[in-house]
Design a protein around this ligand. Sequence first.
Ligand SMILES: [Zn+2]
Length: 74
Amino acid sequence: MEEIKIEDKQQYLNDNYPFEEAPKLTDKKKCIHCGSIITVGDYKVFKDEVGEEYIYCPNAPKCDGTVIDWFDAD
Ligand SMILES: [Zn+2]
């Protein structure tokens, strides 16, 4: 997969967040795939073979968790 550079990460998150309310870039979440506490703004975006873009854990490609695998850190 190919990593995409995002200019405005907050805007991209607002537009592509799969749930109700997009978190802030400074929010901390827990990625259940790698178990790390991540800072939302460190997310990465990868594009697959058909051009679909996915918001990945900052630890990608080592971690295959995406935005839906993040839970509140508390
Ligand atoms: Zn992860």
